[in-house]
Design a protein around this ligand. Structure first.
Ligand code: ATP
Length: 263
């Protein structure tokens, strides 16, 4: 953890986003440091998803600044953010059920065959993609999926989530953002996804994890960003506070603790 000395990898200052009369983000700050799992928690409607959408280019904030590696960043679309190395796994998985695992991993970013066929006719390098897919799933301990030519619709919920996480890990060269990645998963499958999240962090890619699942948050997070009424209330160290305290701060029943690692 940083202790506030390191430069944040991804940072936001004073983000504001209004939807008509609703202020979803109300001068919200955010900091993600290299090599950390940062959980974002908050009540329903607190503005967590809106924050994540701003960080991943899905919406444009009305005002405020974002910095990537200390440099001003403005993402006009999710593709823009992806190009900058920020990958997001949304609650509603953007996987294509009828396509294979390999195809899903490379959706929209297919490798082209070397030489003229690839350059001129955009011929896909199937063997290369399979090799990469296998490598990626292997590194993340996901080789329970035996056949990477298998259609995603034939996989279990946990395996599907695994593919989505693997895709984010494969292409998220700077930051991986996950919105409720274990929602709708069983205990075993959730444990697997949490394990994956740790592995991605251990590869040196920081993770933003939005979750309502307090035990899971306390299990994996290095720091916990508590969101309330459209802004960051505080950031706590899960080793220094209990789940009950975190929930009480989140709902306004307890005064926020002093932030850790905030510049
Ligand atoms: N596209 C939209 N149009 C209108 N209002 C919106 C839109 N998106 C979000 N809001 C509103 O902004 C506020 C924050 O919503 P947001 O989804 O960011 O909260 P959240 O913390 O992610 O909630 P939850 O935990 O329930 O998913 C809510 O009042 C929501 O109704």
């Amino acid at each position: 953890m940083s202790g506030g000395k390191e430069q944040p990898l991804l940072q936001a200052r004073g983000l504001v986003k209004r939807f008509g009369r609703v202020t979803a983000l109300d001068h919200c700050d955010f900091e993600l440091y290299p090599n950390e799992i940062l959980a974002v928690i908050g009540d329903n409607g607190a503005g967590k998803s809106t924050l994540i959408k701003a960080l991943s280019g899905a919406i444009t904030p009305d005002s405020g600044d974002m910095l990537l590696d200390g440099q001003p960043a403005r993402f006009r679309s999710p593709l823009d953010a992806r190009r900058a190395g920020i990958e997001t796994v949304y609650q509603t998985l953007a996987l294509s059920p009828a396509l294979s695992i390999t195809d899903n991993l490379f959706l929209g970013r297919e490798l082209r065959s070397p030489g003229l066929a690839g350059r001129l006719f955009r011929k896909r390098d199937l063997a290369g993609m399979k090799r990469h897919a296998r490598q990626e799933l292997n590194q993340l301990g996901l080789m329970t999926v035996q056949n990477i030519g298998q259609a995603v619709e034939t996989l279990s919920g946990g395996q599907r989530q695994g593919v989505a996480v693997a895709r984010a890990a494969a292409f998220g060269t700077r930051v991986v953002i996950m919105d409720e990645p274990t929602a709708a998963l069983g205990v075993k499958e959730s444990a697997r996804v949490l394990d994956l999240i740790r592995r991605v962090r251990d590869r040196g890619i920081p993770i933003v994890l939005i979750s309502h699942n307090m035990p899971q948050v306390f299990e994996v997070a290095d720091r916990i960003h508590i969101h309330r009424l459209g802004r960051r209330l505080t950031v706590i160290d899960p080793k220094r506070h209990s789940m009950a305290e975190a929930v009480a701060m989140m709902t306004g029943a307890l005064a926020p603790a002093e932030s850790v690692g905030v510049t």
